[in-house]
Write a protein that binds this ligand. Structure first.
Ligand code: ZN
Length: 233
């Protein structure tokens, strides 16, 4: 287990299992547990005991409970009265199909709208977000994977923000789609192929080409679905 201060993740060595800074303690604890959930170190459906996290991360109960509360809000952790916390079970194949159907209905259209409304400022925001996924520094593969999942969620959310329909954006955000689908499989292929597909989307945005953006987004989502379908074999 390696924990890094999220703001200094690129400069500092992993702290070897101990969280040493207090300024963003809850944030660091949250990131550490999030990475364990996303990379399946904490298996879907398994119990999460606060005491064992206290020992492992060398922090008090309070930040762990706060972090678990936040993860509960994101649908990754379930809390049962008198029993405690457990990791949310893996999504079912049916829910997986529903999520991708929803994405294919909403996101290609959103990408086309965003392309029509694109400008240099928005393009810079999207490039920065996509660039964050491509960077591969940091030794902890789990942390890198969970960071990718989060950045991908932000990238897609930004596109929907620029598409200018708050209801559609909220509908997608409410599902926490990216967290659930990335948790299906902990594999570098999931992340590496997506980078090229994001480049194609960005190229369509740079050209302010709605038809190309719609097509690139559709292709990306279809390929993402096909990559993760293997998790159900
Ligand atoms: Zn993506």
């Amino acid at each position: 287990m390696q924990v890094m201060n999220s703001s200094n993740a690129r400069e500092v060595e992993p702290a070897g299992g101990r969280i040493q800074r207090s300024n963003s303690l809850v944030e660091d604890v949250y990131e550490a547990i999030f990475a364990q959930l996303m990379s399946l170190k904490i298996a879907p459906g398994s119990r999460i005991t606060v005491d064992s996290l206290v020992k492992e991360l060398d922090v008090s109960h309070t930040p762990i409970r706060e972090a678990l509360g936040r993860l509960e809000g994101e649908g990754l952790v379930l809390k049962t009265h008198l029993i405690g916390y457990r990791a949310a079970p893996q999504i079912t194949k049916r829910r997986f199909d529903e999520l991708y159907e929803l994405r294919l209905l909403l996101e290609p259209h959103g990408a086309a709208k965003a392309a029509a409304l694109m400008d240099e400022t928005k393009l810079a925001v999207l490039r920065e977000s996509a660039g964050g996924m491509a960077r591969r520094e940091g030794k902890d593969e789990r942390l890198r994977y969970s960071n990718f999942a989060r950045q991908d969620a932000i990238f897609h959310d930004r596109i929907m923000e620029f598409a200018n329909n708050d209801l559609v954006r909220e509908t997608l955000a409410f599902q926490h789609t990216h967290f659930h689908i990335f948790r299906l499989m902990f594999h570098s292929r999931v992340t590496e192929e997506a980078l090229d597909e994001h480049e194609a989307i960005l190229a369509a945005f740079a050209a302010s080409d709605p038809a190309a953006a719609e097509q690139a987004m559709r292709r990306h989502i279809e390929h993402s679905r096909d990559r993760l379908l293997l998790a159900f074999d």
